[in-house]
Design a protein around this ligand. Structure first.
Ligand code: C5P
Length: 221
């Protein structure tokens, strides 16, 4: 039997949304289901890799034979990702919240009777992909990000490739009409410094297998 393509390799994946606490009972979140990230973890394991999956809150079962580290916020996700390095391949599929509360209250925010809503002061979250991309010593050999967009898909993906120092951006159009958010299918483009590949619509599991197969080819060279 031939060796599996990722035997002996460590693959690090982020998946799911992050939850950013507003007060002890409320949070800011987004619509990520974690399906694509979890499918990537399963595909990487099937290809023979040791897999670490850093996941925000999702309702999906943990993929078999994968080390799952559950986190809530972007700050926790960054810490868990850094602790899991080094990795040969990192795939950042999480939909990280862009902002968190500038200061997180320890008490539940109450209506004050004035009819005026509270002003929520936000601050920007760390960019996990960019942090890893610019890491001096621990940048994975192949670093892959996602770009969920509703407009200017390829231009936005190219910008992210540069700013975050990724090798590939998997770009997908998440306009509501596509049904991609939360759905089982995905239509993506692989954007790299050598060009753009349009992939046909396929299941998230097939997208995952194809990304992993391509990643294994890159590691061989
Ligand atoms: O800038 P944008 O959020 O569209 O970038 C998406 C890519 O960057 C995804 O791969 C996502 O996982 C990653 N990202 C991250 N940390 C953030 C924001 C995005 O790792 N704070």
């Amino acid at each position: 039997a031939g060796r599996l393509p990722l035997a002996g390799k460590h693959v690090l994946i982020t998946s799911g949304p992050t939850h950013e606490p507003i007060d002890p009972v409320r949070y800011i979140a987004n619509r990520s289901s974690g399906k694509q990230g979890h499918a990537l973890a399963a595909a990487a394991y099937a290809a023979g890799a040791r897999v670490t999956l850093v996941s925000g809150p999702v309702t999906l079962p943990a993929p078999a034979n994968v080390a799952v580290i559950q986190v809530e916020s972007a700050t926790e996700m960054l810490k868990a990702v850094e602790a899991a390095l080094p990795a040969d391949i990192a795939i950042m599929a999480a939909a990280v919240a862009d902002w968190r509360m500038a200061s997180e209250g320890t008490q539940k925010i109450k209506k004050d009777g004035s009819g005026r809503p509270p002003a929520l002061e936000l601050t920007e979250n760390p960019d996990i992909l960019a942090t890893i991309g610019h890491h001096k010593s621990l940048r994975p050999k192949l670093l892959i990000g996602f770009a969920a967009e509703t407009t200017d898909l390829v231009d936005n993906a190219r910008g992210k490739l540069e700013r975050k120092n990724a090798d590939w951006i998997i770009a997908n159009d998440v306009s509501p009409a596509t049904g991609i958010m939360g759905g089982d299918a995905n239509t993506v483009r692989l954007v790299s410094r050598s060009g753009v590949e349009d992939w046909p619509q396929m299941s998230k599991a097939d997208v995952a297998r194809r990304i992993i197969a391509r990643a294994a080819e890159v590691l061989k060279t």
